[in-house]
Design a protein around this ligand. Sequence first.
Ligand code: CO
Ligand code: CO
Ligand code: CO
Length: 348
Amino acid sequence: MTDNTIRLTQTVKAAGCAAKLAPGVLDKALCGLDLPVDPNLLVGLERADDAGVYRVSDDLALVQTVDFFPPMVDDPYSFGQIAAANALSDVYAMGGTPKTAMNIVAFPAKTMDIMILRTIIEGGLDKLREAGVVLVGGHTVDDNELKYGLAVTGYIHPKRILTKKNLHSGDRLILTKPLGTGIVATAIKAGLADHGLIDRVTLAMTTLNRVAAMTMERFSVHACTDITGFGFLGHLAEMVVDSGHGVRVYAQNVPVYHEALEWAAMGLIPAGAYTNREFRDVFVNFSADISQSIQDLFFDPQTSGGLLIAVASDEAESLVAALKAQGVECAAIVGEVIDEPVDKIIVE
Ligand code: CO
Ligand code: CO
Ligand code: CO
């Protein structure tokens, strides 16, 4: 039996969603460390991408990733689903196929009913099953604050790895889920979000990026990432910086939760959005008609966000059509890769 009276988001100190370590902080910790050198390490810490990739043979590499965080919704089962969808996403973003997973759990066993943990793990298992992934184990620690996530391992062909860094001039950018989950999570914690919105946002966050990833396989996709803690512009900046190209964002085409936009205007913004902006602001030029709330929303940290796909311009329309046909209804062309200004994002 689950204690439904507990509101999971009330057990978390910080507001909002997956509060990643502020961008750049981890770099400081790793700077100067003797990192492993191995010819089979195809994607490692030096070129931090969505996941690490290690070559096993000429046609097989392992893609590995881990993600965990405190609850951003009150329902334990949904939280488990979201955590799993989010953890699997980095494998999809690189073009891999997830195969195995391990639970990572921090649980306040002294103050919380253990059946809540069971329900969270049930939600996670549900998504793993949908993804065709086998749970092989896990690790649980007693902690004051509930956190759940998974370490995921997948297969990928060593010559077909999709990274963030391969923008081509003229590429169109496609985003597959609406923005604003960090702001909505802040509203949920504050008790401001109604059930209809919570259901819609929960459905989006529990939706695997699997179908989107399988669909893009058939197109000339040059680069891909998923939108999570650094927000839309933070992750886009990772694609753009040192790419030798710039990007123009069509602000009006970017799918968003309109409620999030209203809350942003009221100042209901998770701290992570400000940190994201501080770190990436120098790469972004907003045109004068882009409101402050749109700007904040574009830096809003996302949980289990959509894929951001760079595809050859002449295939962009048909990729969006194919995504919509597969049920990825919010997919939209949100920008294009331009030659100048180099390493800059222009939001118009
Ligand atoms: Co990612
Ligand atoms: Co990640
Ligand atoms: Co262990």
